[in-house]
Ligand binder design. Sequence first.
Ligand code: URA
Length: 230
Amino acid sequence: MENFHTILDNPEKDERLKLIAEEIKKCRKCALWETKMNYVPGEGSGYSGIVFVGEAPGREEDIQGRPFVGNAGKLLTELIEEKLGLQRSQVFITNVLKCRPPNNRDPLPEEIEACKPYLLKQLEILKPSTIVCLGRHSASLLFDHFGLNFPGITRVRGRPFEVAVEWGKVRLIAVYHPAAALYRPQLKEVLEKDFSKLGEFVMVKENKENKKSRGIRTKNKTLKDFFSEL
Ligand code: URA
């Protein structure tokens, strides 16, 4: 796995994200600061316009202070590279909670409420075109925040929902959590299918760009183009 913390597409965004990370590292808004080893604000870049939002740091993330660096993180990184054709450093990865809950228990409603402003600030800075919710906690919070009905992850997964936001439009997509997929082969298959669907546009973009470099005129597709065709 690549060793990086934050590589951004825009120095001003980078600076603002660093300030939020500093703020997070002083947070005592819920009791989790007392039991955590390290705060895990998130890392990556706004390069691709895609933000991944997981649930909360696990043991390995708590030790390293970086999101998705354990087994679930290995799977997520593989999916980003193989199905989206992107490097991990080209997306932004964060969590609903920035501190590990003891023994990886589910986040409590008051912890989610206390931590939510940090995630919203990160999104406001990154202004993504696509937010991928990894698992039900992330999906429930973000669907609710953007005024969408959330009948459960199984009902909404794999389908993009477009919402109007301050910076334009964002596509919200929920997928199964990579950790759940590690233990259930059927879920892994579905997760791979959902990532393949998401990845098709990146491939379309690359193929067109290859043709272009061989002198064949073609339209240069963007992530937005892909989603508008779904
Ligand atoms: N699971 C998550 O939801 N987030 C992480 O960072 C790691 C595992």
